[in-house]
Ligand binder design. Structure first.
Ligand code: EPZ
Length: 405
């Protein structure tokens, strides 16, 4: 495959900015919002809470006036990110009710870090059947909170709870993902006082109220990494455009170690696959480590590397479900606990595949593109959660891909 592909706005920023708007008042405009199903689901969540959302062609207008704090069960079950509304609604209304998010294909994903942070800020939280009810009738107060693990969602939830709390909140061992810097910048544009995003200590000075703001969502580093790995795995050369290369350093270092030529020019990254892809040894880590969201796609690339690659997954406890499907294509991959060893190169042959979750689905597409013959991938609804116009973008790189009902 070869050519250029335009990268869209980051799913894992846009979803949080939409929720952060609940803290403010008035008319917001978000640009570079990806048209993916998770964003549409979050728009439904916001509307169920009383906000008005208009969304077309990457531009989203959100009107926030009166709100209520009960989220619809079916929406929270379908998308874990809905629990991000707890912080803002507790801060603004003094109460919130959310269904427990379903477990999902990549592991248990508890909420203990979110809930303990909110409790330290004065919230009382009860489980009412399958629904979490949180109350802070006298408002939230600032607290000095140390996370046992740098949870991305918990960092953002507590940041948002803290912007209207009384006094200062400090989050220690905070997650450092780039999307958190987007949330900080957006909150500050609304009148909040947040500092430290991108480092492990975030400080939030509570203020009385927030206004509204306009904002441009940062590029999606995981979408960009997925297309770079598709080019590499098919032995091609191409460019991803409108990205922030500094957000992709862990991936660029990994593909360079595999022998790829990488050229960075402003907001464009070009990759050219070597004749012989070298194997790698990798561990997924919280940012700035290698991102778990590119782990399945990296394993797909390893099937074409000459030798034995090894990858350890340390962020989620069940994120190798897709290996069964990769083996159907002909991959030689052995999993032992949280480590997978992949022997390559293996000739892959197209077949019928089942996508179990978003990034697993992306990995199957990458591997199927490198396979001989046609593959049929069921479960494209999982892929559509995080990739806008996947078949159009891949066709632009020379792939033969189409959607079939
Ligand atoms: C965000 O999920 C992303 N989702 C995930 O991307 C990403 O994989 C993850 O961060 C890690 O980078 C969104 O931003 C919408 P975590 P999140 O809280 O916030 C455990 C994708 O494909 N944990 O950092 O849920 C948890 O079980 C998605 O785009 C607790 O134990 O991630 C997991 O093992 C997948 N208790 C680990 O921490 C808690 O209270 C990381 O979770 C919270 C988390």
């Amino acid at each position: 495959m070869q050519g250029e592909v335009q990268i869209g706005g980051a799913k894992n920023s846009a979803l949080k900015l939409m929720v952060a708007a609940l803290l403010g008042q008035g008319a917001f405009c978000l640009e570079n919002v990806p048209h993916i199903t998770d964003v549409c689901t979050m728009a439904e969540v916001l509307e169920s809470l009383g906000a008005r959302v208009r969304f077309n062609a990457q531009r989203m207008e959100i009107e926030v006036n009166a709100l209520q704090g009960r989220t619809p069960e079916h929406l929270v079950k379908s998308m874990r990110a809905s629990v991000q509304v707890m912080g803002p609604l507790l801060a603004r209304l003094g109460w919130v009710e959310v269904a427990l998010p379903g477990g999902c294909a990549i592991g248990r994903r508890p909420l203990d870090i979110h809930l303990s942070g909110l409790q330290q800020m004065g919230a009382s939280i009860a489980l009412n059947g399958e629904r979490l009810v949180a109350r802070a009738p006298r408002g939230l107060r600032g607290a000095d909170i140390t996370f046992r693990y740098p949870s991305v969602g918990a960092t953002e939830n507590i940041m948002m709870a803290a912007v209207l709390a009384k006094g200062e909140t400090v989050i220690r061992n905070a997650a450092r993902e780039p999307e958190i810097a987007d949330v900080q910048a957006f909150l500050n544009a609304m009148g909040a006082r947040v500092t430290g995003a991108g480092t492990e200590v975030i400080r939030i000075e509570g203020v009385g109220e927030l206004g509204c703001a306009n904002f441009v969502v940062m590029p999606d580093r995981i979408e960009a990494g997925t297309y770079l790995l598709a080019l590499l795995t098919t032995g091609g050369a191409g460019t991803v455009c409108s990205v922030r290369p500094e957000h992709l350093s862990p991936l660029l270092n990994a593909v360079r170690s595999m022998g790829a030529e990488i050229a960075v020019d402003g907001d464009r990254i070009s990759v050219a696959a070597p004749k012989r892809l070298r194997p790698f040894g990798l561990v997924t880590r919280p940012y700035p480590g290698f991102p778990t969201d590119l782990q399945p796609q990296m394993v797909a690339a390893a099937t074409q590397a000459h030798g034995r690659s090894e990858l350890r997954e340390t962020v989620f406890d069940q994120r190798f479900g897709y290996l069964t499907e990769l083996r159907k294509l002909g991959a030689v991959a052995r999993q032992k606990g949280q480590v997978v060893a992949i022997h390559g190169p293996t000739k892959l042959h197209g077949t019928r595949l089942e996508a179990g979750d978003l990034r697993a689905g992306a990995a199957l597409v990458v591997a199927a593109l490198a396979a001989e013959g046609q593959s049929l991938i069921h479960g494209s609804q999982h892929i559509d959660r995080g990739y806008e116009a996947l078949e159009r973008k891949l066709s632009g790189l020379g792939a033969r891909i189409r959607r079939v009902e």
